[in-house]
Design a protein around this ligand. Sequence first.
Ligand SMILES: O=C(O)C1=C[C@@H](OP(=O)(O)O)[C@@H](O)[C@H](O)C1
Ligand SMILES: C=C(OP(=O)(O)O)C(=O)O
Length: 409
Amino acid sequence: MKLQLTAPQSNLLNSKIQITGSKSETNRLLLLQALFPNLKIENLSNSDDAQVMQKGLEVTNGTVDIHHAGTAMRFLTSFFASQEGKEVVLTGSKRMKERPIKVLVDALKDLGAEITYHGNEGYPPIKIKGKKLVKSTVNLPANISSQYISSLLLTAPSLENGIVINLVGKITSVPYIKMTLSLLNSIGIRTEFEGNQIKVYPKNSAKDEVLTVESDWSAASYFYSIVALSEVGSEIKLSSYKKDSLQGDSVLSEIYKDFGVSTTFLNNTIKLTKEKDISTDHIEVALENAPDIAQTIAVTCFGLSIGCHLTGLHTLPIKETDRLAAMKTELEKVGGSVAITAESLTLKQENQMIPNVAIDTYNDHRMAMAFAPLVLKIPLKMNDAEVVSKSYPDFWSDMKHLGIQVKEL
Ligand SMILES: O=C(O)C1=C[C@@H](OP(=O)(O)O)[C@@H](O)[C@H](O)C1
Ligand SMILES: C=C(OP(=O)(O)O)C(=O)O
């Protein structure tokens, strides 16, 4: 599906959007619910990634295809490795077969798991024969993806001896690890995280809890960008959010202050307001704790005609696409000048913007959603716009709700 995007005819005022549940929280809670069936979950994400996770958890034998869902691939690996009697092949999209999983497979094998590669060594597809895992101490490189760590932590309470993970190297995407631990704690599982060591204690049952998933903060980032690129006085309300979020991407409310956007918490709703025009021509942001909002911030800066230097982006090359390369290509198509390294992106301050460019989305939902707000400055075309369903299936209808003109070509 190719879309033509055109700016709203009048100012965005007082729109209110209900955002789907966090896909990160949802996929964790779905796994915990498979281990502890008395758990009830509300406000589940309606994303493709949550659906493949839900379906995957029901399989006992055969092939599980998780498409593009990194969390499902990683979380299900530990789950199936520890499920005696189940035997599955975990596979995914062409890109998933390029996303590394060796660190996690090695750790699980150290714990006694039986996992073999069906394609390239170190990458999906993998064949897993579930076994009772009784060893509990493992070392794991922590600088590639936090999902490997969360995967082990989520399955750990169901292991006879729990788990002790010694993290090696700099720990990346730390808020996602803390989210996993908080969710374990909320159902009564004991955990410890001190220095480079994490422990999860075993547990046979969980509290009879109803857990409500907070709406997705990464999805909120596109609205922060829209407000930042709008006239002073514009506002959008989003629900359902809370001040003490488990999601690291809630740091948006701080970061976007620099773009003149304020955040007001009103019960479970956040109101984003464009308070003032930006007064700087360059911004620096370290994003090792919030990698999923890097694309949004880069496009906001381009749209505001300011330069930026974004760091801590070393995980971006192994996400849905090589996001650093994709951002450089697409920002340069609309007139930007971008330099990338293995862990950073630098956008030069530039005033030119080329209208009506067709943005390529590289099977990456965040390429489509990060570029969409630029419509406030120039009309755009979006190739393969359906990619958004990976995390946010209602994205385009919510854009229309704001008054953005979205036409299928
Ligand atoms: O655990 C999670 O839910 C996630 C962790 C992050 O991945 P990395 O730890 O690989 O950076 C993030 O990019 C991803 O979208 C979701
Ligand atoms: C990186 C992402 O997802 P995953 O790794 O779960 O595919 C994302 O949603 O930006």
